[in-house]
Design a protein around this ligand. Sequence first.
Ligand SMILES: Cc1cc2nc3c(=O)[nH]c(=O)nc-3n(C[C@H](O)[C@H](O)[C@H](O)COP(=O)(O)OP(=O)(O)OC[C@H]3O[C@@H](n4cnc5c(N)ncnc54)[C@H](O)[C@@H]3O)c2cc1C
Length: 460
Amino acid sequence: MTPAADVVVCGAGIAGVAAAYHLAVRHGVGRVVLVDERPPLSLTSDKSTEAYRNFWPGPDDAMVRFMNRSIDLLEELAAASGNVFRMNRRGYVFGTASPIRAGELRTMAETVAGWGAGPLRIHDGRPGVTAYPAPSAGDWHAQPAGIDLLLDRGLIRRHFPYVVDDTVALLHARRCGWLSGQQLGMHLLELARRAGAELVTGRLTGVDVGGGRVTGVRIDGPGGVRSLATERLVLAAGPLLPEAARLLGVTLPVFSEQHHKIAIEDTLGAVPRDAPFLIWDDPQTLEWSADERAALAADSSLRWMLDPFPAGVHTRPEGASPESRTLLVLWSYDSAATEVVFPLPEPPYYTELVIRGMARMLPGFAGYLDPMPRAYIDGGYYAKTRENRPLIGPLPVGGAYVSSAYSGFGIMASCAGGELVAAHVTGAPLPDYASAFLLSRYDDPAYVRRIEACAATGQI
Ligand SMILES: Cc1cc2nc3c(=O)[nH]c(=O)nc-3n(C[C@H](O)[C@H](O)[C@H](O)COP(=O)(O)OP(=O)(O)OC[C@H]3O[C@@H](n4cnc5c(N)ncnc54)[C@H](O)[C@@H]3O)c2cc1C
């Protein structure tokens, strides 16, 4: 007789593992079957920078509240496990040398603080403001939440002497930091398995539908194709979501972008080991020598390197051991929608461009231009919706659900995303941000107009 599953989850990346954890552990669902053709967490979830933040743009407060919930759950799991996934709360520091951008950061900080990211403290040298709590690599319990906006250049120099000295503002969002996404995922998977969830190796190749509802799935695995009866299916297929949804005859408004990162050894000490997550928030044109500039200008395939690059180059220290000198560095300067192919094509000159970009914020990086350090490069796809919010909830076929399109925030969102999709599947009460992540949000013309207006003014 064909065994039946209470719920099948397609995809054992962080989204699928978190869904299985919430279904099996927190809702006591009997037979949860997690299907993946690859080893767990090995497609996108192990390529992440593993950072988290509750500092999120609009168009409204949904992402701040969703991430606050996810961080609550992460902290709960960290506390219950002796912090097996090494969560810290060092914060995200956004820097700018532009007084105009400093004003925009202030407005954004006021808005996001009003949405629940915690109190805003402005440090502009005037008396009467609480002292700036210096960043610390210590226990996350002892770190503040909220947002510190440093506008006093003396204060910036005192606390961030390694940041370029024309910096006019640093925004330090505090309920942010990083963790080991791999350890988190394996911890959730282990807890789910102990509660009865099963991991099955194979590819979901078919979904049986009767009377407009899911009745079973077909899995192509090592022993051949087998059928599994189930009335509930969760798609957590990461960048392969559109393909998986087609098995249900559903087309989803999701596209993919390539994102890479490098890991280098910081032999020159460009970044202190206890530094927070550091982001340069200004667009920039890269520094080249006159000879380099002439050579690039003469070559039509390389001339783009003389063009302005977008804001957002960032870095953080990696590694728990005191001897570790690794830095992760990322810059998504080319984030056009792209076809999903594996292995990912490596962007040309990525290491050099990222180091040049990071040197704008952290002058110590200039020492890595000649000779260039050996860099380890990897990357994955961000599966995204147009307003960069996930898809979590029911699909148009009865019994089918989605928990995906986690873009560049799937590790940090995993716990609240798993909780939310499990609530949809089991009929448990939904949090008030649930409607922001439904596929059906695009049926509302007013919502679509609002996100188009936000996109046009760069607010999302
Ligand atoms: C360079 C980079 C940096 C990032 N930095 C961060 C960060 O700092 N913080 C953060 O929170 N997030 C970050 N992210 C994003 C995060 O990694 C992703 O959002 C997250 O890993 C997505 O998880 P997922 O489970 O949705 O997808 P995946 O990890 O891709 O998992 C999907 C799984 O589904 C399986 N699958 C698909 N189709 C089928 C099928 N038909 N049958 C069986 N199995 C199937 C695949 O094999 C895969 O294992 C980053 C991503 C990248 C690429």
